[in-house]
Structures are given as C-alpha cells and as structure tokens.
Ligand binder design. Sequence first.
Ligand code: ADP
Ligand code: MG
Length: 399
Amino acid sequence: MTQPMLLTRRDDVFITGELLSRSLSQPDLAREKLAIQDLAASMVDDPDRVLPRFVELAMELTGGTSAGLSLLEERPAPGVFRWHNVCGALKAFEGATTPRHHSPCGVTLDEASPVLTRHAERIYAWISDASIVVPEVLLVPLYLGGKDPLGTLWIVSDEDGHFNGAHARCATELATFVGIALRMTRAESQLRQALDKQQTIAREMSHRVKNLFALANSMIRFGLKSARDKEDLAAGLSGRLHALASAHTLVLASEEDSAVTDLAALIRSIVEPHEMAGEGALSRFSLTGPTLACAASAVSGMALVFNELATNATKYGALTSEAGHVAIDWHQEGEDVVLRWTETGGAPIEAEPARHGFGTRLLDSTIVRQLKGTFTHDWLSGGVVVTITIPAGILAVQS
Ligand SMILES: Nc1ncnc2c1ncn2[C@@H]1O[C@H](COP(=O)(O)OP(=O)(O)O)[C@@H](O)[C@H]1O
Ligand SMILES: [Mg+2]
C-alpha cells in the first residue's frame, strides 16, 4: 500500500545515511575487475556500447532489478533528466524525462555523491503517477571529468534494505571509470574531426590552386593575342595576378574568422591600387551600397571584373584625367544584385569603341558564364557606365 503523500517526510525517503549503518555485503572483487575489463574492451571496440554495458553491469553487480542513466539536458532551463539505457523492469520508460529540480537525480547532482532513497514515489507525484513503485533506489553521479555532471546512474531494488555501502562503492567506481572512458572517446572523436577538417581544407586548397593555375594560363594565352607589346602584356598580367592575390587574401581572412567576404571590402581592395593617391581614403572612387556578403566562390571572379574596369578607367577612361571619378554602387533588385560602375570627368567619349579586347572577353567569361549574370556598357559622352546584374543567390551568401 502506498502511504498518503502528505504524511511522508523527505527524511523518510532520503535515507543515504543507512548506506553506512547497514552491514556490508561481501564484494565480489573478481567480478568487479572483469566488469572494468569488459567496459575497457567496449571502449576500444565499440564506444557506443560503453553506457548500456555500464548500466547492465552496475545492475548485475549490485543485485538491482532495474537500472538506467538519467542524463541531464540543461536546455531549456531549468533542464530535465532524460532516461537512457534503461534495463530490467523499468525498460519501458526509456526516453522518459524527469524534472531537474524535483527528482532524486537532481538531489544526487546537488550533493555530488551517492544517494539512497526509499519509496521515492511517496513524495514525487511524477513517479506514482506513472504507477511505479521503487522500494529502494541507489543513485550515483556520473561525471565526464571536471565538475559538470553528465547525469546519474540509478539502480532500483524491489527489496527494502537491499543496498549497502559496498554497492555504493562499486557503482561509484564503475561510474568513475565510465566517465574517464567517455572523456577519452570524446577526445579521440574530436581529434578525428579536426583531422577530417584538415583534410577537407587541404582538398579545397588544392582545388583552388588548380583553378588559379588554369585561370592564369588562360590569362596568358588570351593576353598574348590581345596585347600590343611585351610591356602591355606584362602590365595586364601583373594587374590581374594582383587582383587574384587580393581576392585570395580576403577569402582566407574570412575563412579564418569564419566570417564572409564583404562586397565593399572586396571592391575597395581591388580599386585601391588604381587610386594612385597613396594611402588612406579613396578619393577617386566612391562606393555606395548595402552590406552584402560575397560568396567565396564569387570572390575571384568579382576581383577580376573590378580589376578590368579599373584598368580600363586608368588606360582610357575617367582616371586618365585628374578630375576623373568613378562611382560604384550596388543594390538588390528582386532576385538580382545590380552593380553600376559610372565614370565621369574623363576625356569625352565620341563613339562606342570599335574593337573589344581581352578585358571584354574576361567580363563575358566571368559575369556571364561563371556568375550567370549579364552586363552592359553605355558609352555616354561623359564617361562609360557599366551595369552588371548577377543573381543574388550566386553572388551573395544568404544570411
Ligand atoms: N573606361 C573606358 N573609357 C573609355 N573607353 C574605354 C573604357 N574601357 C574600354 N574602353 C575602350 O574599349 C576598348 C576595349 O576594351 P577592352 O575590351 O577592355 O580591351 P583592352 O583594354 O585590351 O583594349 C578599349 O580599347 C577602349 O578603346
Ligand atoms: Mg581592358
């Protein structure tokens, strides 16, 4: 018969002191040693087996009828314990949750030492509501090292007066060993993850290096066809390689602090060398537009495009005269990002140029083929206006 709840005092349920006063059962040290060996073997061969095996062995060695782990889930606050690896009579309750601050497990974590309860269902309604009767429960805290508890191991006995200090010692020793085993498994899997990440980075880098060589190769082949002379070829190549190097630096920096490359920072780093005015703020370029995260896959292409535009402005356009200015602005328009390059103050343009050189081909292969966008040149008498449209999903990282 269950006693009426109100008449049961907390001290009648928490009887940890009895662990000391009851006479000790004879420990079976050989079996305990085998249990530790068993756990050590699981740790090496099948780490997922460590916890279930631990619960089974703890139940067996202490003569319990049911046992399980209550693992602490801190979120959402104030947290709950979830039952795992339940074996024996209460197996059907696998996955059940119990309150962090209203359960024998909570008391065990607060006390940070073994706890013994007698008929805990008499003061915890959530136990009696589930029609569970637990004459005695021995609980020991489980740590993964350090002070943060993982949860508790609990072992139920159907017999009043069953558990004694020898059982508590044995369960605590197993729990300590399991804590260490889990810590080592965790350290090993962290190490493995770190190595996997290294390998991914190495593969990714090798992929990028190959791409860069292919790009440099095509820049040389096409540059040879369109360059007027050796100097023209050298200057063009050197400018493009610089643009690629800046883009690469930005991509690496953004990867290191797991940020993304800011479009404005990218454009700025490419046009800066064309400023000629030395260090400091841009005076011949103005950049206007919302903060946009440029996808790593688009960074090299964008760098090459802006390098071509800036080189042309310096060779033929606004930047040939001292009063010349380039306004760069961008905005989102539906599914696209629209970027505009507007030159003013240079020598007046009389007509659309008759010949297209490598620069135009590079814009075509980068914007149209690589970034799936479009571009147009408006040859206004005041200066050229280049409008570039690129799908936002390709250019930008969606946050
Ligand atoms: N910003 C500009 N202002 C005026 N004319 C330009 C500008 N950019 C390009 N052009 C003209 O368009 C032509 C084609 O440019 P481009 O395809 O980049 O080839 P390249 O730079 O090798 O001549 C240039 O030769 C030049 O006459
Ligand atoms: Mg050009």
